[in-house]
Ligand binder design. Structure first.
Ligand code: NDP
Length: 482
């Protein structure tokens, strides 16, 4: 199978005629050949987006009213629901995720579009009290052409929360999916055209990050960049944006803790502790990759975690097991190397899951791994692994738990498990991160809840109205009328 770029509501062959191989992580075989985008292809997409907007927002997309954009987004949400199974199958094959996870992602994607469809015509500026003889008001205007660099772990969901918000606010989008996971996003661009989005409102250019991704972030016609991925690439993107004074939103992952106090409801906490790291085989920016457990319940919690980890199974997406393969060889080798390094450092592996016998030996299957008594300063407790590896760390006091929880370069999400209301709020207020969950983790991923990090986890917020604000520029108009 070969796939071209999708620009201005049409399939467009790469200007060089070159295609790259994208692999099926369940067996290591080529799944699809993708157009290998370069600066010429990126420019074509940016020009299409500019035309859709028009010089002064008078183009076929730029002149639509908020309610017209809202109606198109509702239609796209309905199309996603209608094609949910097809999209889930594409995503499962492309990323290797269990089909049941991919189905959840397709449902979430429809919900993102629905939310932003409903929000589009509720986004407005304000009138401000000012000196006598003046009326002052603010307008929320789109940036213009927004670039969206989407990674391979949750392509549909990340597309939904960034592109959905950007379109609702009136921007025209150019999307660069990951070379490992482009299929669902290409199909979505096609669906957007089918439901009536004007040509150029939504464009997808595939290719390598270092080539097409880099060309997109450097393009002078881009007015805002939304990036989700690694801290290293995020830094490159921020540099490229700084060269042109271009605003940028960075969502760069984390090393998120869940703190389990002695008085926690363990029946509620246990499945969540496991799912927070097993979900999508740990390839989740907000994965709960550190479990901080208070000394009084430490051995009990550990024993319960051991039995759950030993039961976790990885296998082909269609089997709908706990986990699919990791996305690619690089990721697979990186996770294995970090596990081996931790063991070489004397950190104790307490449990390991299984790989299903039907899994291909050429697939990138990583068993879930549980490490106990992990020193908080060790690599396995500090670095983002992006695999199903949980570091369990004991603590004695609340102060110590806070110090360990905040003691990494990251700050995306934290979970707190306790029945003590005062402690819940005390600790939540001390967490240096973008989201805190008390007696849950992730709250089901709700689109309504602003999401993003501090420190090396990035800046800017996705989801909720915050994302809409991020995809607009505020213009102040002061009228002197006497
Ligand atoms: P990257 O940050 O390199 O990739 C993320 C996205 O950026 C992909 O679409 C990629 O395209 C693109 N990209 C790569 N290089 C550039 C560039 N120079 N300019 C613009 N865009 C670029 O992450 P990796 O896929 O290499 O994964 C490495 C690690 O990153 C993981 O182990 C994990 O720790 C972290 N990560 C975090 C994610 C999150 O949700 N926060 C998501 C994915 C990874 P392409 O894939 O085609 O190169």
């Amino acid at each position: 199978m070969r796939k071209d770029h999708y620009i201005a509501n049409a399939w467009v062959a790469p200007s060089t005629g070159q295609y790259l191989d994208s692999f099926d992580p369940s067996n290591g075989q080529v799944l699809v050949q993708l157009a290998q985008g370069n600066a010429t292809d990126v420019d074509r997409a940016v020009q299409a987006a500019k035309q859709a907007l028009g010089e002064t927002f008078d183009g076929p997309w730029g002149r639509l009213s908020a309610v017209e954009r809202s109606r198109l987004l509702f239609k796209l949400a309905a199309a996603v629901t209608e094609h949910a199974e097809e999209l889930a199958q594409l995503e499962a094959a492309d990323c290797g995720k269990s089909l049941k996870t991919a189905r959840v992602d397709a449902t979430a994607l429809a919900r993102y579009f629905e939310y932003y469809a409903g929000a589009a015509d509720k986004l407005h500026g304000e009138t401000l009290p000012f000196n006598a003889g003046y009326t002052v008001l603010t307008l929320r205007e789109p940036h213009g052409v927004t670039a969206h660099i989407v990674p391979w772990n949750y392509p549909m969901q990340i597309f939904g929360r960034t592109v959905g918000a950007a379109l609702a606010a009136g921007n025209a989008c150019v999307v660069k999916p990951a070379e490992d996971a482009s299929l669902s996003l290409l199909r979505l661009a096609e669906l957007a055209a089918e439901v009536g989005f004007p040509a150029g409102a939504l464009n997808v250019v595939t290719g390598y990050g270092r080539e097409a991704g880099n060309d997109l972030t450097a393009h002078p016609g881009i007015d805002h960049i939304s990036f989700t991925g690694s801290t290293q690439t995020g830094r490159l993107v921020a540099h490229a944006a700084a060269e042109r004074h271009c605003p940028v939103t960075l969502e760069l992952g984390g090393k998120s803790p869940q703190i389990v106090f002695d008085d926690a409801d363990l029946e509620a906490a246990l499945p969540v502790l496991v799912n927070a790291i097993a979900q999508n085989a740990g390839q989740t920016c907000s994965a709960g990759s550190r479990a901080l457990v208070q000394r009084g319940i430490y051995e009990r919690v550990l024993a319960l975690l051991v039995s759950r980890f030993e039961a976790l199974q990885s296998g082909p997406p269609a089997l709908q097991l706990d986990m699919g393969p990791l996305v690619n060889r690089k990721q697979f080798e990186q996770v294995r190397a970090m596990v081996e390094q931790a063991k070489a450092q004397g950190i104790v592996e307490a449990a390991r899951g299984r790989v299903h016998p039907d899994a291909s030996a050429q697939g990138f299957y990583q068993e879930a791994v549980l490490f106990r008594d992990v020193p908080p300063e060790s690599d396995i407790a500090q670095k983002e692994i992006f695999g199903p590896v949980l570091a369990v760390i004991p603590f004695d006091t609340e102060e110590q738990a806070v110090r360990i929880a905040n003691g990494t370069d990251f700050g995306l999400v934290a979970g707190i498990w306790s029945r003590d209301g005062a402690r819940q709020m005390r600790v939540a207020r001390k967490m240096r991160c973008g989201q805190v969950f008390i007696n849950n983790y992730g709250a089901g991923g709700g689109v309504e809840l602003p999401f993003g990090g501090v420190k090396a986890s990035g800046h800017g917020r996705e989801k909720g109205f915050e994302a809409l604000y991020g995809f607009t520029v505020l213009k102040t108009i002061a009228i002197q009328h006497g």
